[in-house]
Write a protein that binds this ligand. Structure first.
Ligand code: 5GP
Length: 177
């Protein structure tokens, strides 16, 4: 068990589970993008660690870029999404792969889809490490999901609690009892 600020967290997804699943996802993505040159767009800050490992597991030559939005404070989603800095690259006609740490309500992802679609990419593929199906309120088609998890707060491997915990190598779940 670990403590971050006032909360206790218990181990949830360990390094070997992450490694194995990310390798599988990379393999599938590589097969589906064989002969193509996608642009992989990571969503900062949360996806930095996942994107780092996933991009190494993708064998096709790809561009890597980042977008940053802020949508979350403390423990629950505010529902407000706001772009902080975006994509300066011309992505018109390109195959875009959006990489997120977690899709919770889906509000951030649907905002991103709208914003990125305006730049007329050829298509958009959505990859998320974690997905909370019970929390989803926006109807989004997610192409690759690492792990579907219960609707409980998680930290580590890029995900934070009030700014802390992103550096943890494994994923922890809020201890509720
Ligand atoms: P959504 O817009 O889908 O509700 O939320 C997406 C964003 O909320 C994620 O990119 C992430 O930053 C944050 N988020 C959602 N659930 C969790 C969680 O369990 N833990 C942490 N640390 N962040 C979360």
């Amino acid at each position: 068990m670990i403590e971050i600020k006032d909360k206790k967290f218990i181990p949830f997804i360990d390094s070997s589970q992450l490694d194995e699943r990310i390798r599988e996802m990379g393999k599938e993505i590589s097969e589906n993008f064989n002969g193509k040159e996608p642009i992989i767009i990571g969503v900062l800050n949360g996806a930095f660690m996942f994107l780092s490992d996933l991009s190494k597991a993708i064998s096709v030559s790809a561009e890597v870029s980042f977008i940053k939005i802020s949508s979350y404070q403390g423990e629950s989603s505010t529902g407000k999404v706001k772009q902080l800095f975006g994509l300066e690259k011309d992505i018109e006609g390109r195959e875009v792969i959006i990489v997120e740490d977690i899709v919770d309500t889906g509000l951030s992802m649907s905002y991103l889809l709208e914003t990125i679609s305006e730049k007329k990419p050829k298509n958009i593929t959505i990859v998320t490490l974690l997905h909370k199906p019970e929390a989803l309120i926006k109807d989004i088609k997610i192409d690759y999901i690492g792990f579907s998890i219960p609707n409980k707060f998680v930290v580590g491997y890029g995900l934070d609690y009030d700014g802390l915990g992103r550096n943890l190598a494994e994923i922890y779940q809020l201890k509720t009892d």
